[in-house]
Design a protein around this ligand. Structure first.
Ligand code: 1PW
Length: 215
């Protein structure tokens, strides 16, 4: 039942997708990664129209990588490792400035990767926060400590405005539709190590290939 599925949307699906990302060879699978992001976008859209500007760019990035997954070269984009190897070996990445390959898989994925770091820190802050702490404060503190460093002033400003609209921690935890606030916290505790692992493997791969500053 599609309609019921949409109504009973839960952040659990998002976290489950990220738990399926890492293969036995410690490679990051692209399809579950995108599935996790798509769920995240639906979640952001539940938070209200203010968040749609945040999700819009994520949607664009997801679609760029999905297009690679639907192209003749789809096999090359099965994992982040194979994507990096393929694009570098074939000169498909702009390393100094965006020119011939403005939407390479590598630079596009890097943006999602940075945003995932923020998400990880935000959810961790939410998990360990006091019952009555402000989600807006957790959100802006973690954003300022991570993703904000890659954003121009105007985006940081707009993000700050959006964060103000976030409800208190307990209400937010209930918005996740995982059950009670306690159950949501328990689920975050179970799922966050998987997100951390996905983040860590990608970060190491990008560092190894000196791709962390791709324009
Ligand atoms: C409630 C907390 C949920 C956290 C979800 C994380 C979503 C992060 C998306 C932030 C997007 C802000 C607006 C877009 C900025 C782009 O310029 C930027 N994209 C990202 C994903 O950071 C950089 O992309 P660009 O301009 O180099 O193509």
């Amino acid at each position: 039942n599609m309609a019921a599925g949409a109504e009973t949307f839960s952040l659990r699906e998002v976290l489950v997708a990220f738990t399926a990302c890492v293969s036995e060879q410690r490679e990051v699978r692209v399809d579950p990664y995108l599935a996790g992001w798509k769920g995240l976008v639906r979640f952001l859209n539940c938070l209200g129209t203010i968040f749609s500007f945040i999700s819009k760019d994520a949607v664009t990035k997801i679609e760029i990588i999905e297009n690679y997954r639907n192209s003749d070269q789809r096999e090359k984009y099965l994992t982040v490792q194979s994507m990096v190897e393929y694009e570098l070996a074939n000169g498909l990445v702009d390393l100094q400035q965006r020119s011939k390959h403005p939407n390479s898989g590598c630079r596009t994925f890097l943006r999602l990767h940075r945003a995932l770091h923020w998400l990880q820190m935000f959810l961790e802050g939410l998990r360990t926060g006091e019952d009555n702490s402000k989600t807006s404060v957790i959100c802006s503190e973690t954003y300022n400590a991570s993703l904000a460093n890659y954003h121009p002033w105007i985006i940081r400003k707009a993000a700050g405005v959006a964060f103000c609209a976030l409800p208190t921690r307990n209400t937010f935890l209930e918005t996740m539709n995982v059950g009670t606030a306690e159950e949501a916290v328990a689920m975050l505790g179970d799922a966050l190590p998987y997100i951390c692992e996905v983040y860590k493997i990608t970060e190491e791969l990008y560092a190894q290939h000196k791709l962390l500053d791709l324009p």
